[in-house]
Design a protein around this ligand. Structure first.
Ligand code: NAP
Length: 300
């Protein structure tokens, strides 16, 4: 079985290269081979590789920059997934794709369900929603996984930023009025492997239904709670420099950014857990494992 993976250098993609290994031959195409901003080239590449499964972990993820690069964000996040879906439909491949909590406006009081009506408040969210819709309209066999607040030992993310800032500054000011579930890229990748395996079995047996699922850690916190936990865990690690003593909670209005963010990013994962027989781990447990990995790699 051949699996074509885009975005293999990203947070989730890097983990997918490892987590999908036992499932088949992975073609982790370089950006030069599958540039999502070059739709004709992308189409030709997909045809050339003729994979059984396409896993699209590539995306335009610069949320604030998207406000001024709307066309590029839509090209990569909406049109390119549409091309992947069309080609997968033609060849009979299964498409696995990632989307985001930012498809919602964050005004709901409780966690969002898959069937809640999206209403993105920024360009990135709009482009990701358009990508979901292009895949759903194509008639391809698909699994769309919406995740949130992704971090990893590699790449640019909140965990890495807080570790850096905590080593430099006595005090940190962190937003406390946005809620979500920090989700480790490795958890996303390993959960994807379970989902892919079961989906392939279902397809073989004729019982597969395309679906949209929320995939995040269990539990919730704010960016402030996330930062506090990062600093607490880092303090317990011997080889981590921590200068920060005070972490101040601040409102979103005190930290203006080009793109608006939803206040509530919580995604309910019941549908995924039920369908695939999984139990998502608590966000802080996963965070500790990821931070142990980081500390270990510094130590050795
Ligand atoms: N990060 C989050 O907090 C978050 C939250 C919710 C959902 N998601 C979704 O989760 C998925 C994975 O995100 P991530 O955090 O792993 O993203 P990431 O670390 O930013 O990685 C994105 C990947 O996409 C690749 N890419 C960007 N433009 C491309 C293009 N034109 N052609 C080919 N490849 C291109 C990048 O390649 P280079 O390495 O060459 O730049 C990189 O490998 C995405 O669908 C994202 O929308 C992310």
């Amino acid at each position: 079985m051949k699996i074509l993976l885009t975005g293999g250098n990203g947070q989730v993609g890097w983990e997918l290269v490892r987590a999908l290994l036992p499932l088949g031959e992975i073609i982790a195409a370089k950006r030069s081979q599958t540039d999502l901003a070059d739709l004709d080239g992308l189409r030709r590449s997909v045809q050339k590789y003729s994979a059984d499964v396409i896993v699209n972990a590539a995306a335009y993820t610069a949320v604030d920059k998207a406000e001024t690069e709307q066309d590029l964000a839509f090209l990569i996040n909406a049109e390119a997934p549409g091309v992947l879906a069309e080609e997968a439909k033609k060849s009979g491949a299964l498409l696995i794709h990632y989307s985001t909590d930012y498809v919602f406006d964050g005004t709901k009081i409780s966690a969002y369900m898959e069937d809640d009506v999206p209403n993105p408040v920024n360009i990135y969210g709009q482009s990701k929603l358009a990508g979901e819709q292009a895949i759903q309209a194509s008639g391809v066999d698909y699994v769309i996984l919406r995740t949130s607040w992704v971090y990893a030992a590699r790449g640019h993310n909140f965990l890495k930023s807080i570790l850096r800032l905590a080593a430099e500054r006595e005090q940190l000011n962190i937003i406390a009025d946005q809620l979500g579930s920090p989700t480790w890229a490795r958890l996303i990748a390993e959960t994807t492997a379970h989902i892919l395996r079961q989906s392939l079995l279902e397809r073989r047996e004729g019982g597969f239904n395309s679906g949209l699922y929320h995939l995040t850690s269990a539990g919730e916190t704010s960016w402030h709670g996330f930062a506090r936990m990062i600093v607490d865990v880092a303090k317990q690690q011997q080889n981590q420099t921590v200068k920060s003593r005070i972490i101040n909670p601040i409102p979103t209005t005190d930290y203006p950014l080009p793109a608006k963010r939803p206040a509530n990013s919580r995604l309910a994962t019941g549908r995924l857990e039920q369908h695939f027989g999984l139990k998502m781990p608590a966000w802080d447990d996963a965070l500790k494992l990821c931070m142990a990995d980081i500390a270990d790699s510094v130590h050795h």
